[in-house]
Design a protein around this ligand. Structure first.
Ligand SMILES: NC(=O)C1=CN([C@@H]2O[C@H](COP(=O)(O)OP(=O)(O)OC[C@H]3O[C@@H](n4cnc5c(N)ncnc54)[C@H](OP(=O)(O)O)[C@@H]3O)[C@@H](O)[C@H]2O)C=CC1
Ligand SMILES: O=CCCC(=O)O
Length: 339
């Protein structure tokens, strides 16, 4: 039986954002805001899925699954590289040797995979999760993929009689550890409601954006902006140093002005020291820019800044920086041209 016992006291509010002028009226966007409250709305154990699967235990999947286990949930894990399951097993997780077996033994299965190819393979491949799905079950894909991939996975899952939710996340390693992610969900609303208490363990807010593809699109737009912001920040740091300024002072100046952003304050000091401890791998940021370019292409929308930014991340990848944090994109600007 599911026992999610260590909930923080939280207030959950559902807003129909049709009433907000910021949102287009043709879609019904449901925004759920969690906040700490003196009132306790701990979900009843009866409301929670009894057993939860988690596929993909990388930088993000590991802490997300950990938070479910620590909240008392009954979690079964699988990862391509089995050794990454060990820390979770020692916290109380069960293990199955394929996505199919995990899905067959769980009510709701989450997947946090690297890219469209791996998300598709884990969901729809030979021993994929779809093989173990069926009526009454749910599949929640929290990987960052394009809408087309998400729709394909959705088709396979729904064909089994199960429900599908795409739920990519905004927020990186630390927010994942702290249960402070932002879920950008779309798909079967029945599953959205069923998974909500689990999303609330792993995150601080959740957006329900309608039909499958909207969650993926929102995530790609956000990461397109983030990738360009980081590239521009990197240019500023390199240029400031070239003209004899102290880049640490630039970080401080930016932090006090209108363009301050937590990302600059968090990443800036280590970028100045040429250190890039990986929270968000550079290869994933380039993947997201590539997918955002495809999204823009699908509606003939020019995104020249993102296109140029993508080229810079590709250069960074060609210099062996794929597995470094995406802030290592600055190194692509330091490369000396051959004389
Ligand atoms: N890191 C971050 O800050 C954030 C990342 N994301 C997104 O979340 C997803 C996961 O990111 P993150 O955890 O950082 O990435 P990691 O690279 O740390 O983890 C990737 C996961 O995918 C698995 N995987 C890769 N290829 C395959 C394959 N062919 N078959 C099966 N499994 C595979 C890996 O397994 P194995 O261990 O065997 O390699 C691992 O479990 C990505 O889509 C990323 O864009 C979203 C928000 C923030
Ligand atoms: O996809 C990665 C997003 C990282 C972040 O939101 O900080």
């Amino acid at each position: 039986m599911a026992m999610c016992s260590t909930f923080y006291p939280r207030l959950s509010t559902h807003l129909n954002c049709k009433s907000f002028s910021l949102f287009p009226v043709k879609h019904r966007f449901f925004v759920s805001i969690k906040a700490f409250s003196s009132q306790t709305f701990a979900p009843k154990a009866d409301d929670l899925p009894a057993s939860i699967g988690f596929l993909g235990l990388g930088i993000m999947g590991n802490p997300m699954a950990q938070n479910l286990i620590k909240a008392g949930c009954d979690v079964t894990v699988w990862n391509r590289t089995k050794s990454k399951c060990e820390p979770l097993i020692s916290l109380g997780a069960k293990y199955k040797s394929s996505p199919e077996e995990v899905a067959a033994s769980c009510d709701v299965t989450f997947a946090m995979l690297a890219d469209p190819e791996s998300a598709l393979d884990v969901a729809c491949g030979k021993y994929g999760a779809a093989k173990g799905m069926g009526p009454g079950k749910g599949y929640v894909d929290v990987s960052t993929v394009d809408g087309e991939t998400s729709k394909l996975i959705c088709e396979h899952i729904r064909a089994t009689g199960a429900h599908f939710l795409e739920a990519p996340v905004s927020g990186s390693k630390k927010p994942a550890e702290d249960g402070q992610l932002i879920f950008l969900t779309a798909g079967d609303s029945v599953l959205y409601e069923k998974a909500a208490p689990l999303l609330d363990i792993m995150g601080k807010s959740r957006f329900y954006l309608g039909e499958v593809g909207h969650g993926a699109a929102m995530k790609l737009v956000v990461n397109m902006v983030m990738g360009s912001m980081m590239a521009s920040f990197a240019e500023g740091l390199v240029l400031s140093e070239k003209v004899g300024l102290d880049p640490s002072v630039l970080v401080e100046v930016i932090s006090q002005g209108a363009i301050s952003a937590p990302m600059y304050a968090v990443k800036g000091p280590s970028m100045v020291k040429s250190l890039y401890p990986t929270a968000f791998p550079l290869k994933h940021q380039q993947k997201d820019l590539r997918l955002a370019l495809g999204l823009a292409e699908s509606v003939s929308q020019p995104i020249p800044i993102a296109a140029a930014t993508n080229e810079l991340y590709k250069v960074a990848k060609s210099h062996g920086l794929s597995d470094q944090d995406f802030s290592a994109v600055i190194e692509a600007l330091k490369v000396k041209l051959q004389q």
